[in-house]
Every structure is written in C-alpha cells, then in structure tokens.
Design a protein around this ligand. Structure first.
Ligand SMILES: *Cc1c(COP(=O)(O)O)cnc(C)c1O
Length: 386
C-alpha cells in the first residue's frame, strides 16, 4: 500500500521504484571488491544488450552524478575543441545542452523550434548543407519538458547522409523507447539510472562507439567528466575512477533484472504506453486536454493545459493530489500554463485509474467544474497538426 507518507512519484525521475530495488540497497559494498567489479561489468553488458550492440562496436561507460553530468561529459569528451555542434532544441533539456556547450567553450549553433514543435530532417539538412563546418548534431530523444518524442530516426539518417556525427540525450527514453545502435546511426548517447530502467539516482551512462571513445583521448576540459579516462580505467581495472555510488549500482542491478523479467524494452514500452493511454482518456473525461497531438505524445510524460476556470490553482491542485498519495509535476512551457503527469516508474494502469479519481476529487475540492483549457491555448496544437 502507498500512503500519503509514501506517495507515487508521477515524475520523470526520480521515480517510483520496486520494493526489491529499494531492498537491494540494504547492504554495503566495497568498491575494490571482486563482487562489486562483477556488478559493474554486468551492468555495462546489460545496457549494451538493451542498445542492441551485438557486434561489439560500442561500449558502455557509467559515470557518477545525475544525468546532466553525463550529458556534459559526452559533449566535452566527444565534441573536439575545434568542433562545431548543431543543437536541436525544443525544450529545457535541449537548451541545457546549448548552455553546457557555452560553458565548455565549444562552438555551437542552436536550431530552436520552441516549446512543442519537433526538429525535422528537412530543416537539419538545410542547416548542415549551409554550414560545412558543423561537425556534430546534438538532439534530445524524448524532450521531457513537454513530453514530445522527437523523430531521432530521421535526424540520424540526414546527419549520417551529410557526413556529420550524432550525439543523443536519450535520458528519459532509453530502456522503453527503441534505441538500437544497429539501425540508428549515432556516435554516442546518454541515459541515467533513475529513468526508464527504474533505478535510483546516483549515476548515468554513456554508450559510445569504441572508435569514438578511443579518439576522445585528450579532448575533455574536465578530469572528473573525462569519458575517455573513465572508460580506460574501467577497462584496465574493472573499477570506477573515484568513489562509485555502490548502493545505486546494487539497486540498478535489481532494476535491470526486473526490466528483463518484464520482457525488456518492448514490454516496458507497452506498459508505459498503456499508462499514458489510460491517463489521457481519464483526464479527457474530466475535461483536461493534452498539449501534444497523438503522433508526438510520448509514453514517458504527458503535459496537460491548466484549466481556464479561475478557481484552478496548480499549487492547491498539487497539494490535493499529494494528500491522496500522488506527486505530480509542474509545467515547463514558456508560453502557456500547464502541468505534467509522468507515466514511467514501477506503476501500472490500475495506479493511473486511481490518479484520475484523485484528479476528479481535487477538482471538486477546488470548485472547478471542468478541466477544460481556454480555447486559445488549444491553438498551440494547430501548428503541430499541420
Ligand atoms: C532527466 C533528464 C536529464 C538529466 O537531468 P538530471 O536532473 O541531471 O538527472 C537530461 N535530459 C533529459 C531529456 C531528461 O529527461
């Protein structure tokens, strides 16, 4: 049972984890110990299996810190100091990559399509054709700030065709949305422990071509975030450079076991998609409308317009949901009022039905008759449908 003291996290990481994943942390591990080194090796192999690396062309490098540390490590290690990156931004995480490149002093160009429009291959082709010195394209797989699933396949195709290199932030997608290195040409991508694999926070991982890892020697601006050095030391000693997040690794091994037991990426996608479908249908029955049209709506997190009824207040709605055992997420759009509900974590459609019931109760407490947004807000979606 989940009580208000132990709520479901309907947030895109940290998220609700299985009891056995939490229990896996009730033991201390020595970082040098052979058992822990074996856990690290198993973790790396399992992630490469999920990425479809049957040819051994890629390697997996786990790194301490939250997901942004891995993004920064990937950009600093793989975009050379004389490189030029094209950042495809349509939300906070794309913008954060541009900010990161600015901090790193790496030349970059931003193609910003706003809060909810995807980057398209034709635009990328035009920009690359006009800028021969762009070496890398950087894209977010699922832009968690709106929940949009970006078309990484078409971006990968045009990037490869025009002879450039692709780096992907697949933080909130990998493990649930297909990302197979045999069919999706990319130099590297990153994800972290506390997203679709359903582990606890503490580290992320970079999956990169071995040839790209070898070429990264000497590129990084930072010792702690040097992916080449982390890879080299891990391959030579089986250990992490610097203190590893031992308990988070132990939890992740259990989370990976549960991922396999469920049926791997396809089964996880099916459960999350079902969560989303039950959520969207239920919210619509209360009058709410999702920001995104169906083809772009990810099974990771859904953004809803805030109701136009002046009695609605997100802060009070949040507290009323929390009192019923559900933690929801504020919106991250720049133009319209919105909030988000995550579909990922150790929860299923029966939980989503209770979320809907709780939303109905919260609206009633607020005296909001209907969750419908202002008609003008819906205009935002017209551009997407076009
Ligand atoms: C969660 C997430 C990140 C990393 O965020 P941290 O707070 O550093 O873990 C990066 N990109 C995307 C798309 C994410 O969803």
């Amino acid at each position: 049972m989940t009580t208000p003291a132990d709520p479901y996290l309907l947030t895109p990481g940290p998220l609700t984890t299985a009891a056995s994943t939490k229990e896996a942390m009730l033991r201390d591990w020595g970082s040098w110990d052979a058992d822990f080194r074996e856990m690290t090796a198993r973790l790396r192999r399992s992630l490469l299996d999920i990425a479809g690396d049957t040819n051994g062309d890629y390697d997996c490098v786990p790194l301490q810190g939250s997901g942004s540390y891995c993004v920064e490590a990937m950009l600093g290690s793989f975009v050379p100091r004389d490189g030029h990156a094209l950042v495809l931004a349509n939300g906070a995480y794309g913008k954060r990559m541009a900010t990161t490149l600015r901090y790193l002093g790496r030349r970059h160009t931003v193609h910003d399509t706003g809060d909810y429009l995807p980057p398209r291959a034709a635009d990328v082709e035009r920009i690359l054709a006009a800028n021969a010195d762009i070496t890398h394209v950087v894209v977010v797989h699922c832009e968690t700030s709106s929940g949009i699933l970006n078309p990484v396949e078409e971006i990968a195709e045009v990037t490869q065709r025009l002879g450039r290199r692709l780096l992907i932030d697949s933080m909130s997608a990998f493990g649930a949305i297909p990302l197979d290195v045999r069919t999706l040409p990319c130099d590297a991508f990153v994800s972290s422990a506390n997203k679709c694999i359903e582990g606890v926070p503490g580290f992320g991982f970079v999956i990169a071509k071995k040839e790209v890892l070898r070429d990264a020697k000497g590129n990084s601006h930072s010792l702690a975030l040097d992916i080449y050095d982390q890879w080299d030391v891990m391959n030579r000693t089986g250990q992490w450079r610097f203190t590893p997040p031992t308990h988070a690794v132990a939890a992740f091994i259990e989370a990976l076991r549960l991922h396999t037991l469920e049926g791997g990426q396809p089964a996880r996608l099916a459960r999350y998609a079902r969560n989303r479908d039950v959520l969207v249908a239920g919210m619509r029955s209360l009058g709410f409308e999702p920001l995104l049209t169906e083809p772009w709506r990810s099974p990771i997190i859904v953004t809803f317009f805030s109701p136009s009824d002046p009695a609605f207040s997100f802060e009070r709605f949040y507290e009323l949901m929390k009192a019923q055992g559900f933690i929801i997420y504020p919106g991250k759009l720049t133009t319209v009022e919105s909030f988000r509900i995550g579909c990922i974590g150790a929860l299923d459609e029966s939980v989503m039905r209770r979320v809907i019931e709780a939303c109905g109760n919260a609206l009633a407490s607020l005296g909001v008759a209907n969750g419908a947004p202002a008609p003008a807000s819906l205009g935002a979606r017209e551009a997407l449908a076009a």
